[in-house]
Design a protein around this ligand. Structure first.
Ligand SMILES: NC(=O)c1ccc[n+]([C@@H]2O[C@H](COP(=O)([O-])OP(=O)(O)OC[C@H]3O[C@@H](n4cnc5c(N)ncnc54)[C@H](O)[C@@H]3O)[C@@H](O)[C@H]2O)c1
Length: 301
């Protein structure tokens, strides 16, 4: 049986859609951020438990679980700064509780973060050999999760795959969240509110569509290792606005706010290791991915 933690969330629910039908699935999500609507199409075919990953009773539920996709997390960088203890509990103790509670565990696929575990990029694109010096409690807790999995793999033979995602976007992303600039901008454009750019808009990231993240998780079912999962393409916020203007068929007006303190100026990931080691590569271009996301949010109106 396969467990998806955080399966009612943005990325997790897409993964559940992809796995459903092919596998027996159990989903654990406390619905702190996730929503039952995200599971509407599959709810009859899965076992769903509204529970925290910190719950000690998980042992009873997870005794037949052999494979875990672990996506449940405190995923908000700012919140991790405000409350590092909470972040530690959910992201580190929660991960440990899942590993220790799953009865016949053979394989563990972990949603880590390419934006958070490396810290300030010393070179670009950032490859997996780059130093890991996280600059937020969230980055520290994701890295600690990876290290615990290394221990379980080395000492207990657990097959582990750590996927270091870049900036993920797509349908079901919370447009009012902290991250997810593409979804935030699309939502604003559809409401005729000017998106706000912090600073000059030349800051860059690596934006990957959620369907490519799902494909990487599926590829990880037969591979082990630590992989960056991004597009390898560097995109500025100004470029996002350009693409959005093309999609919306009009010039999108923006407002400029103050630069975010401590924000990394440029960041994008090398994905060569994932290409070779996972046999995976991203399929959706930024334009196509943004169009799909735009259509989704438009459909919600
Ligand atoms: N979205 C991105 O750009 C991105 C980038 C890098 C890594 N990640 C990682 O991918 C994973 C999924 O992120 P997402 O963007 O889908 O976020 P999300 O908030 O939509 O999903 C996380 C899910 O975990 C659930 N959850 C939180 N705390 C829980 C707990 N204690 N017990 C049970 N469930 C709990 C939430 O309700 C939510 O459904 C996270 O681990 C995140 O750190 C995301």
């Amino acid at each position: 049986m396969i467990l998806v933690t955080g399966g009612a969330g943005f990325i997790g629910s897409h993964l559940v859609d992809a796995l459903c039908g092919e596998h027996d699935l159990v989903v654990v999500d406390d619905l702190s951020k996730g929503r039952m609507e995200n599971l509407a199409g599959v709810i009859d075919k899965i076992k769903f438990h509204q529970m925290s990953i910190l719950d000690k009773n998980l042992k009873n539920i997870l005794k037949d679980v052999t494979t875990v996709f672990h996506l449940a997390a405190q995923a908000n960088v700012r919140r991790s700064v405000e409350n590092p203890f909470f972040d530690l509990d959910v992201n580190v103790k929660g991960l440990l509780n899942i590993v220790e509670s799953a009865g016949d565990l053979e394989r563990f696929v972990f949603a880590s973060s390419g934006g958070a575990v490396y810290g300030e990029p010393e070179r670009l694109p950032v490859d997996e050999g780059h130093s890991t010096k996280p600059i937020s409690p969230y980055g520290v807790s994701k890295l600690a999760g990876e290290k615990y999995l290394h221990y379980y793999s080395h000492v207990h033979g657990l097959k582990t795959t750590c996927l270091r995602y870049s900036n993920v976007y797509g349908a079901r992303q919370d447009p009012f969240g902290e991250a997810g600039v593409i979804s935030i901008f699309i939502d604003r454009v559809l409401r005729n509110v000017a998106p706000e750019i912090y600073g000059d808009g030349e800051q860059t990231r690596d934006y990957i569509h959620v369907s490519d993240i799902v494909a990487a998780n599926l590829a990880a079912m037969i591979r082990v290792g630590t992989f960056n999962i991004g597009t390898g393409v560097e995109t500025s916020v100004n470029r996002l606005v350009e693409v959005l203007s093309e999609i919306a068929g009009r010039d999108v007006p923006v407002v400029h706010g103050a630069e975010m303190a401590g924000e990394v100026r440029r960041s994008f990931l090398s994905i060569e290791h994932a290409r070779e080691g996972l046999g995976w590569e991203p399929r959706l271009s930024l334009v196509d991915g943004m169009q799909k996301t735009y259509d989704y949010f438009k459909g919600l109106q």
